[in-house]
Write a protein that binds this ligand. Structure first.
Ligand code: SF4
Length: 188
């Protein structure tokens, strides 16, 4: 029987050679995710930014630093959270992904989440919220009206948060509800 580690390696190989959408030819590294087996929480973002696609790792630029500070404020150790994006390949000019790209690449995200088995997910920004909640009829657009709200789909709990890059762009004029994220993390 395939071990869990082998399953992750196989999935990473499949994603690494995927050509299911036109983003496959965008220059830069694909970002598979940051996986912590047995984690308490999963963060889902949009897609790799320039620093992420240069190094092939998720959330390592300024917004990544902010996200990791939020995790610390919620009492999470590094080994207690995983990070994925809806889109694995770099987006040209850091543009928003198109719906068809989200649907196509989202198949990989579903496989990652199934393999990980974590039932507590924080959705960072509009792309993640739309992709994960819209099929269940929860998301009707305008992510800011959902920030701090929880949703249940099957056995999985979701919390919507702003994308850290939005908070950085607000330059101190917007306070994300870290208290709600902390409560979400702590609740059974
Ligand atoms: S963005 Fe996703 S679906 Fe598109 S080519 Fe890359 S890995 Fe495949």
């Amino acid at each position: 029987m395939e071990t869990e580690i082998q399953s992750w390696a196989n999935l990473a190989t499949e994603v690494g050679s995927c050509r299911r959408c036109t983003l496959c030819d965008t220059p830069g590294k694909r970002v598979f995710g940051e996986i912590k087996l047995g984690c308490k929480v999963v963060f889902i973002g949009e897609g790799p930014g320039s620093e992420e696609s240069a190094k092939g790792m998720p959330f390592i630029g300024a917004s990544g630093k902010l996200l990791r500070n939020w995790a610390v404020a919620c009492g999470l150790k590094e080994e207690e959270y995983s990070i994925f994006n809806v889109i694995n390949c770099p987006l040209p000019g850091n543009r928003k992904p198109m719906k068809v790209e989200m649907t196509t690449c989202g198949v990989w995200l579903q496989k990652q989440l199934q393999l990980l088995g974590c039932k507590k997910i924080v959705l960072l920004g509009a792309v993640a919220a739309e992709h994960m909640l819209e099929p269940s009829g929860y998301y009707l657009g305008g992510v800011m009206k959902y920030v701090g709200s929880r949703f249940t789909v099957g056995e999985t709990e979701f919390l919507v948060m702003p994308h850290p890059s939005y908070v950085l762009r607000a330059m101190g004029s917007y306070d994300p509800p870290i208290d709600k994220m902390k409560q979400f993390v702590e609740d059974d």
